[in-house]
Design a protein around this ligand. Structure first.
Ligand code: 4AD
Ligand code: MG
Length: 462
């Protein structure tokens, strides 16, 4: 007989038909007449209730049916007496596939702290919370592809190992085949990369943008969606050393078009979650954050506030609130400033544009004022920066000038500069941090809880 997933079973009318269900035991309770076993197979947050009539089963036979054990249950689907569930399975046979010793299985019935669960990242998908998060994560990844596919964007796979530092921030993980302890040295005492696999210094990508720009100069509208690595301070609830980023890049887009796309994209994703993940969202809403659903609905229904960095500085300087970090024109905004704008002042998502050139990357288009660039950050409640993007500098001369000023190696970037030499066009793009999006959609408070196996300083156990 073919196995039916619990999600499907729960949608089937109780007709007495036979079903075969396989999954993991969440709880077992009952009395001498009847035993109730809650089984979950991950297809949905809901368990299926398996009812064992104790005139048919012995205690001995159900001894190994304990929390965490895997079971295969054959039985008939009947109307449930219990409230909150439509059907249950009247068991005919219950086979234990794998036991889970109650003495040592860490996920017993009681609630567990998220901190504790982080230490058992290999088992936490078996909890309601992580099941919900992982299903939502899947749905959001699917929605990303659906959104861009519907719009005629092409998915481009950019390299993980690269020789360039796309953000110019020097926050890279080195990749080398040389002995890290005793690398070969040149006569002048520098590391001799000629013996390295690539013959030069390489690193894990910090962004697929540059390769994305190159490809958009041929296919017009593309996006990347892949793992991204940053050796920056990841000891915060908003940073990971390895995160996933979605980076659309569009030829013939100016900053306004870029903002329109970013806003539409974010609303689409949140609406997709509301339309397709309600069971999981409802659980997270009830369990952790009673405002979650109303916050998601608000974002879908309201326009984002758009303003310039300079206007934002005026708001912040005039704010009654005392900030830990002082704000003045020219300084980068800290998360406390971003959150003030979003949560206290405008009370809605904010798109900030036209930042000072000195706090942004070399590739952003210079404004006529010579001081600001056509940057765009999208700020979200509870998160701060969720998207970073810009219109790109399409002029060869201006880009080279900017690279020289900022010490970006012009010679090694010849291929990038070629896009400006041959058929350059105005173009724009942005990067959405996938885990930042998930923080917002799930309402979870720590970015380590929205990725299955988080990478942060000293984390790599497996
Ligand atoms: O603002 P960032 O650094 O922009 C770029 O990398 C551009 N190349 C994007 C582009 O224009 N194509 O990063 C973009 C987004 C941030 O807004 C944030 O959501 C996320 O990536 N992000 C991180 N997420 C988790 N952990 C980290 N350490 C992150 N660093 C950035
Ligand atoms: Mg940024």
């Amino acid at each position: 007989m073919k196995r039916t997933k619990v999600k499907e079973v729960l949608q089937t009318p109780a007709s007495g038909q036979e079903v075969l269900v396989k999954g993991w035991v969440r709880t077992k309770r009952g009395n001498k007449f009847v035993t109730f076993i809650a089984v979950n197979d991950g297809s949905t947050i809901h368990n299926i209730q398996v009812v064992a009539d104790m005139t048919l089963f012995t205690d001995e036979a159900l001894k190994e049916v304990t929390t965490g054990a895997s079971v295969s249950v054959l039985g008939s689907l009947v109307q449930s007496q219990g409230k909150g569930q439509s059907v249950e399975i009247q068991a005919r046979t219950i086979e234990v596939l794998g036991t889970a010793d109650p003495e040592t299985y860490p996920l017993q019935k009681k609630g567990h702290s998220l901190e504790f669960l982080r230490e058992i990242a290999h088992l936490r998908p078996r909890t309601n919370t992580f099941g919900a998060v992982l299903r939502i994560r899947h749905a959001m990844a699917f929605a990303v592809h659906q959104y861009f596919n519907n719009k005629g964007f092409f998915y481009i796979h950019t390299p993980i190992i690269t020789a360039s530092d796309a953000e110019g921030a020097g926050e890279m993980f080195r990749v080398t085949t040389l002995d890290p302890v005793n690398p070969p040295k040149t006569e002048t005492g520098e590391v001799d990369f000629s013996e390295d696999f690539f013959g030069k210094s390489t690193n894990l990508t910090v962004s697929g943008q540059l390769e994305g720009e190159v490809t958009a100069m041929a296919l017009s509208e593309i996006y990347t969606f892949g793992p991204t690595f940053r050796a920056e301070n990841s000891n915060t609830s908003r940073h990971l050393a390895e995160f996933w980023m979605i980076e659309p890049e569009m030829a013939f887009y100016e900053l306004e078009d870029n903002m329109d796309l970013a806003e539409d994209f974010l609303k689409y994703l949140v609406r997709y979650a509301l339309d397709n993940c309600m069971d999981d969202l409802q659980f997270l809403n009830d369990m952790y954050d009673k405002e979650l659903l109303s916050r998601l609905n608000f974002v879908v229904e309201n326009d984002f506030q758009r303003l310039t960095y300079t206007e934002a500085i005026d708001v912040l300087v005039g704010a009654k609130q005392k900030f830990e970090y002082k704000v003045e024109w020219g300084t980068d905004l800290q998360s406390e400033h971003e959150r003030y704008l979003v949560e206290k002042h405008y009370k809605k998502p904010v798109i900030l544009t036209n930042y000072p050139k000195d706090i942004k990357s070399f590739y952003m288009k210079l404004n006529d004022d010579g001081k600001t660039v056509r940057a765009m950050d999208v700020l979200f409640p509870g998160i701060g920066e969720i998207i970073g993007g810009s219109q790109r500098e399409e002029s060869y001369e201006k880009l080279v000038t900017r690279m020289r000023e900022m010490g970006v190696p012009e010679k090694e970037m010849w291929w990038f500069l070629d896009t400006r030499r041959f058929g350059t066009v105005p173009h724009s793009g942005f990067g959405l941090g996938f885990e930042r999006l998930l923080l917002f959609v799930t309402g979870m408070g720590n970015i380590r809880d929205v990725i299955p196996f988080p990478r942060f300083p000293k984390s790599a156990e497996f």
